[in-house]
Design a protein around this ligand. Structure first.
Ligand code: ZN
Ligand code: MN
Length: 148
């Protein structure tokens, strides 16, 4: 699955005339493999040992490029930093209000919402987002709270 996504991504970049530098390649591979919804700083920190002369600006520039191609999504989930998510399959997010962890979940039924919204508003709907908020299992233990 990840390998297919990687090859599709490379094909997409080539089709758009985008040169694939070693840094760009590494950032894309990191984004595809990561489930942690990293910030630009997290990506930079992970790849800096491999590319000592790479700057944070290079990471930002590459993220901007992937955003413009619709390959990744920008997420603002309440903390100050912007997180990035590779758009593998449509999914939703559960965000921990204590530690900021973002966990993926799939809820296919919500696709209907776009049709209802289009019907009720006349919009040509292109997408939607859903985040649920709460305490992750680890933070529930840490804070001595349970869900109910
Ligand atoms: Zn947490
Ligand atoms: Mn996600």
């Amino acid at each position: 699955m990840q390998e297919t996504v990687y090859h599709q991504t490379m094909a997409r970049l080539k089709a758009n005339g985008i040169h694939i530098t070693p840094q760009r390649d590494a950032i894309i591979q990191f984004m595809i493999a990561s489930t942690a919804h990293p910030t630009a700083e997290m990506i930079y920190a992970a790849l800096a040992p491999q590319f000592p002369r790479m700057s944070v600006a290079t990471v930002y520039n590459n993220l901007k490029l992937l955003l413009d191609l619709g390959l990744i999504e920008e997420m603002n989930v309440g903390d100050v930093a912007t997180h990035y998510d590779f758009a593998l399959i449509p999914h939703y997010h559960a965000v921990c209000t204590n530690c900021g962890k973002i966990v993926d979940f799939v809820y296919p039924g919500l696709v209907d919402v776009e049709q209802v919204a289009a019907g009720k508003t006349g919009f040509a709907v292109s997408g939607h987002h859903l985040e649920v908020y709460g305490l992750c299992p680890e933070c529930q233990v840490k804070l001595g709270k349970t869900n109910n």
